[in-house]
Design a protein around this ligand. Structure first.
Ligand code: HPA
Length: 269
């Protein structure tokens, strides 16, 4: 795997002369952030050796390099989900490549179902911890060059970034929730009993991404920040059939707020 990471990194570096300091995974709700990036280079995933190709509707695949909030960034437009059939090495491969390209911080977004009774559809949630219900992305031989066999997860979501993001939200009159994200495989949305179970075990929101990427980033020592858009509710009495279209629709409505927080946070840190 190390050889693949190195050869993919070398390929990208042969195409561009640019050293990113921040990596961004433009999940649901952050598509608009691309418009804020002063783009220097774009590389479609299909041109990048060893990169999987994204298949999900609403996600197109490219790496975007440019300036945002005075920082040099690399943004993944389109991510790889476990439910698409990629294995965990493939799902997290781009994060490892971004580390080798030089990133020192990772910013991530997603859509999630709210299981906290105080949440509303359209809320933004700053993720302050996660519950991993995927197979762990680090199962397999550990590569000491990447990180330790038994990585610490006590500060999976950087507390300094969380504090600054809350300041940015308050300064811009944006309501934000904060909570625990449970990551599970999908592709089914949860049954009412499963939503109840997620709440019972300590989750505030549930989704199908982010956790593998953050685990792999933390393995390599990268501080992470992640936010969810609550696109549907798994709260007793408020459960309605969940659809991909509704998730995309609600996410589009909340996108401006999430984009602003991410952009201002990147400026600040
Ligand atoms: N469950 C899982 N993933 C999701 C949901 C949900 O309710 N909403 C958006 N992504």
């Amino acid at each position: 795997m190390l050889e693949q990471i190195k050869s993919t990194t070398a390929f990208i570096q042969s195409k561009i002369s640019f050293q990113p300091e921040i990596g961004i995974i433009l999940g649901t709700g952050l598509g608009g952030l691309v418009k804020e990036i002063n783009i220097k280079h774009t590389i479609p995933y299909e041109e990048i050796p060893n990169f999987p190709v994204s298949t999900v509707e609403g996600h197109s695949g490219k790496l975007i390099f440019g300036e945002l909030g005075g920082k040099s960034v690399v943004a993944m437009q389109g991510r790889f989900h476990f439910y698409e059939g990629y294995d965990m090495l493939q799902v997290t491969f781009p994060v490892r490549v971004m580390k080798f390209l030089g990133i020192q911080k990772l910013f991530v977004s997603n859509a999630a179902g709210g299981v906290n009774v105080n949440f509303d559809i359209g809320d933004l949630m700053i993720i302050n911890d996660h519950i991993n219900l995927f197979p762990n992305a680090l199962i397999g031989k550990n590569l000491a060059e990447l990180g330790p066999r038994f990585p610490d997860m006590s500060d999976a979501y950087n507390s300094g970034f969380i504090a600054k993001a809350k300041q940015v939200a308050a300064a811009n009159n944006i309501k934000v929730q904060e909570g625990v994200y449970a990551g599970l495989t999908g592709p089914t949305f949860e049954t009412p009993a499963e939503y109840k179970y997620m709440h019972a075990i300590g989750a505030d929101a549930v989704g199908m991404s982010t956790v593998p990427e953050v685990i792999v980033a933390r393995h390599m020592g990268i501080p992470c920040f992640a936010m969810s858009i609550i696109t549907d509710l798994g709260v007793a009495g408020k459960i309605v059939p969940a659809t991909h279209e509704e998730v995309q629709h609600v996410a589009a409505l909340a996108e401006k707020k999430m984009t602003l927080i991410m952009k201002e946070l990147i400026k600040l840190i």
